[in-house]
Write a protein that binds this ligand. Sequence first.
Ligand code: SAH
Length: 253
Amino acid sequence: MTRYENVAQQLARTESTSWGIVHSATAHWRSTIRGMNDVGTESELHQMIQQQIIGRGITDQRVIEAFYSVPRELFFLDTFRKNAFGDHAAPIGHGQTISQPYMVALMTQRLGVEPHHRVLEIGTGSGYQTAILARLAGEVYTLERIKPLLDDAWERLQELKIRNVHYRFGDGTLGWPEAAPFDRILITAGAPALPHQLLLEQLTDGGSAVLPVGPENQQTLIGVIRQGNELYSADICGVRFVKLIGRHGWADE
Ligand code: SAH
């Protein structure tokens, strides 16, 4: 058996294809964080986790617990908050989206984050995925290219008293060289091609990454492992994410 097959086996696909929905919106949100007052919120979260996460094959107990511990409704614009537990992505302003719950769970489970890990996240967005990662990792380094989104995410995570996250405004395709190497890298926006240099230079040897790669309207979620100077990849499923825009991503139009 070749080395590649070994790696491919580790990353063997177990999930069926799932399509995240991408919306766009121009709404701007600057209000402070407010929880939902609806008495139903807790059971809606429970139902979301049972049906969309566990019901679709997510088995990692730490990931499931992390989902229980992060109030998803806090990460939504007022106008979309009533759909916070829906089985879809939703607009967060600036043409960006918060990912579908299942997609966040799938990426997180595939990443295999351990308590001592240092994790780089590219594309903070609402900060929801960041909060989930922060529950699982030692330290999270998150990068976002749209300042108001980063500011709002920072505010939400402060509110949740999440203290093991480092934030940076800028082009995430360059990574975070001063803090590298990372045990795990998660990219939550679609790259036109595999960012080889970033992964080889900023992943630890034996470290792994999860990211969507492919054309603008349809990508493949890919799992990558770095071993020495080689990257080994395996497809996970078809996805649709907003564009990764930057020097080693798509051009800003
Ligand atoms: N995981 C997020 C959703 C992220 S949407 C959540 O849970 O809400 C993808 C994000 O990637 C967007 O906010 C977008 O602005 C950001 N992004 C795109 N290109 C980027 C780049 N080069 N560097 C940093 N962030 C980028």
